[in-house]
Design a protein around this ligand. Structure first.
Ligand SMILES: Cc1cc2nc3c(=O)[nH]c(=O)nc-3n(C[C@H](O)[C@H](O)[C@H](O)COP(=O)(O)OP(=O)(O)OC[C@H]3O[C@@H](n4cnc5c(N)ncnc54)[C@H](O)[C@@H]3O)c2cc1C
Length: 479
């Protein structure tokens, strides 16, 4: 099959999947007013492959058949693949009005992580299966969700110590040609509108927890799969001022596996508890860099919004506001510089032959980004003023009785008529003061790993012996 179109992608989602939102079963995820936000954001991925401007980055030749496939499925077996991936993810984000399509990124990061672990473990079956799956996804141009995070119950306890065995996904049955799995994975981005899901363990496991050491892929309409998602914002947004294109974003789900059958050729790890933690680590080595990359267009855009708010309020030249510009620039450009430094120093991951961005720097980039995002939002809120939360809605603007008042009283500085100022404030509301803005703040902390995950990586990857040796040498300390 050649690269799919956005319409073919949407049609593929009408496959009988069980998705619920606000207590109701969704008949067609492509037309649900909330899930459609995610579907249409994801659809950009399928537009890129057919757009001459994006094709060079988004499409490559299948190494075996020569057929066009998505570059997301490339095996990163040369150092420059890391920078190439960075450019692809970043440009995909610019292309999708500032949001990442996100339906091949996480999946291909998991495929890469599984490939590394299959190589390192020396398990030829696993390696053959994951290589075959990579080709299958590429040749069928599939969209993928990645399910890593278990529901976890009591966080201080491992799976076998929990009061319920269901707090981590596990194998509940096995025959020669398939396994059966049960459990639930939480916060699964794009789960309601991707073709298949890749599942891997989220943590280290012990021998008596081997049933939890399972990695596999399965279509999201498979029997026994149910997804529960919550609304983020509506696709048809009559509340905010209209923008040239609808707003972009994603929807997560609680992904429930109730005795789901997985054929053995889609099982990439089975009871290899010794490798569970390393697999989670290998996945994050790829994925954390994806995360840092797609933040760049978002930060650039939000910095611009803050600057326009200052202009609209006529304070862009005052020293207190210039100080805030410096804060925004410093934050955005430091995040970008760290991301750049990470891809300029690619690593052959554990000599597997697969290349990742420098792990120490990539984790520093994510930690820096996530640690300062709330301050960044606060700066924009400060510049924009209270109108961000008290502004009349677009419905008020359209009301004939109210319109003249709004026109008369809500103009701004220079060329900022009331309409232009309100239009800007309306977007600022969406980005820094809405339900979505709250979602975004939490997302920056937890998605792609909470602070602690990056801190652990810093401790694991930093050259601590080198630091200490430098100090020892300077002091003349022989210990
Ligand atoms: C918007 C969004 C999208 C996401 N998308 C995906 C996705 O597509 N796929 C996916 O698999 N996951 C996804 N995630 C999940 C994300 O990776 C997790 O939220 C993150 O790993 C934290 O897990 P948690 O939410 O269970 O929080 P918790 O693990 O409960 O963490 C809460 C706090 O407790 C601390 N903590 C937890 N356990 C311990 C412990 N044992 N000891 C000490 N401290 C501890 C943490 O450091 C943190 O400070 C997404 C999350 C969000 C918010």
């Amino acid at each position: 099959m050649a690269l799919r179109t956005a319409d073919q992608y949407r049609a593929g989602l009408r496959d009988g999947r069980r998705v619920f939102i606000m207590g109701k079963k969704v008949e067609d995820v492509t037309s649900d007013p909330y899930i459609k936000v995610g579907v249409e954001t994801a659809a950009f991925d399928f537009r890129m492959g057919h757009d001459p401007e994006m094709k060079e980055k988004a499409v490559m030749a299948d190494p075996e058949t020569g057929e066009d496939i998505s570059t997301y499925f490339e095996l990163p077996d040369y150092p420059e693949a890391v920078a190439k991936r960075h450019e692809l993810v970043k440009d995909a984000c610019y292309y999708a009005d500032g949001a990442l399509p996100f339906i091949k990124d996480v999946g291909s990061d998991i495929i890469n992580g599984l490939t590394v672990v299959a190589k390192l473990s020396g398990n030829k079956d696993y390696l053959e299966r994951i290589n075959a799956y990579r080709s299958y996804c590429a040749r069928n141009d599939l969209s993928l969700a990645g399910a890593v995070t278990d529901v976890k119950g009591d966080r201080s306890k491992s799976p076998s110590q929990q009061t319920s065995p269901d707090y981590y996904l596990r194998v509940v049955d096995e025959t020669a040609d398939h396994i059966v799995v049960s459990g639930a994975k939480a916060h699964i981005t794009a789960g309601p509108y991707t073709d298949e899901v890749l599942v891997i363990p989220t943590r280290n496991l012990t021998e008596d927890e081997a049933d939890y050491a399972v990695a596999f892929a399965v279509p999201l309409n498979a029997e026994g799969i149910t997804q529960v998602c919550r609304p983020n914002f509506r696709y048809e947004d009559h509340y905010h001022f209209p923008t040239p294109n609808p707003k972009r974003g994603h929807v997560e789900s609680l992904l429930i596996f109730d005795n789901v059958k997985v054929p053995m050729e889609r099982v990439f790890m089975l009871r290899d508890w010794q490798f569970a933690q390393y697999l989670a680590y290998a996945f994050t080595a790829f994925h954390r860099y994806t995360a840092v990359t797609y933040k760049i267009p978002i930060l650039e855009y939000m910095t611009g919004l803050g600057m326009l708010a200052a202009e609209a309020n006529g304070v862009e030249k005052t020293s207190n506001i210039r100080e805030k510009f410096v804060e925004m620039i410093n934050y955005t450009e430091t995040t970008k510089a760290l991301a750049k430094a990470a891809y300029n120093d690619p690593e052959n991951f554990a000599d597997s032959g697969l290349f990742v961005a420098n792990r120490l720097t990539a984790n520093m980039a994510k930690l820096y980004f996530a640690s300062h995002f709330h301050e960044f939002v606060r700066t924009i809120q400060d510049i924009a003023g209270g109108l961000v939360v008290t502004q009349p809605t677009y419905q008020d603007w359209q009301n004939k009785e109210l319109h003249p008042y709004l026109e008369r009283y809500l103009g701004g500085a220079g060329e900022y008529t009331a309409e232009k100022r309100l239009k800007l404030m309306s977007m600022l509301h969406h980005v820094v003061a809405s339900d979505f803005a709250g979602w975004h703040e939490v997302c920056t902390i937890h998605a792609e790993g909470s602070f602690a995950a990056q801190k652990m990586m810093l401790l694991a990857e930093a050259p601590m012996e080198m630091y200490k040796n430098r100090a020892r040498q300077t002091i003349g300390l022989d210990i």
